[in-house]
Design a protein around this ligand. Sequence first.
Ligand code: TUI
Length: 327
Amino acid sequence: MGALHTEVLSSTYEASMRNITELLHIKYPVIQGGMANIATAELASAVSNAGGLGLIGAGGYDQEWVRNEIRKMKSLTDKPFGVNIMLMSPHAKDIAEVVIEEGVKIVTTGAGSPGIYMEKWKAHGIIVIPVVPSAALAKRVERMGADAVICEGTEAGGHIGELTTMALVPQVVDQVSIPVIAAGGIADHRGVLAAFALGAKGIQIGTVLLATKECPIHENYKLKIVSSKDTDTIVTGRQTKAPVRVLRNPMAVKYVELSNQGVDLETLEKMTLGSLRRAVFDGDMETGSVMAGQISGLVKEIKSVKDVLQSLFDPVDQYRLSLEVMK
Ligand code: TUI
């Protein structure tokens, strides 16, 4: 790296650390993905206690499940945390209320536009950070009062948009004034630096957290992540307008085959019904939806959440410190 480049990266890094960490009152500028059926209080509290922003992933759960997890979370950490609301859920409206009732301070949203809830959340002082797959939606949510946006590239696991992180992040950075958080394809300190170089002020991680001791998924799921390679993910549901990135297995291959043959939606939906739960809880790696990002191939061991966060940021910190020492 040239001297100018290192200096630019170093100062970008400093600015990034200040911006998101001050907004959210956290140590590292990292947000945990809202992973449906996975991001319980157990995982989220580990992330918050390690210095990131832990999130309870409401996924398809109902209001009472979310209320209970929020209360559990309060007993497991005194650090900031949030709730991720999956807007395609039939319970989204109820969960939008429960976060207010329970005094949750930070909300991230995914799989849709949070427009109808924004005014009420902002009136209650909630920090709102929507996931957006495009610059157009980023600008729209900024106008609605979003405090930051998460730009999630198509490298990510689960429900995805079309653009890559590399293309999406700088385009959004140039079109909004609120902080941008990069997501999709980040699992080590190089990804963190790359995100900062693109103008992001923070990162969101998901896949690398699947391979942690605290992640409450079946051991088979964790082992499948650490044994997968770069080309092992596949996207189902492109035809149904709800593309989902998963690790390749017999169910996903069959789904894509049938979908390409033009099989009706109902048959396809039957195949995926309960499939995420089968992977997460039963460890069924044959017919379950093993949602994961393209960066799975980089994740080689099961660590503690604390070690993951340190490995993401400490090399960057050491790098910045070494530059300071050399001055
Ligand atoms: O939401 C995610 N990832 C998810 S949600 C999920 S549960 C699920 N399972 C099966 C099918 C569908 C959902 C698993 N993984 N990430 C955030 C994300 N948001 N990715 C893409 C989007 C998105 C897409 C369109 C956000 C907004 C959007 O807006 C369209 C509009 O209304 O303008």
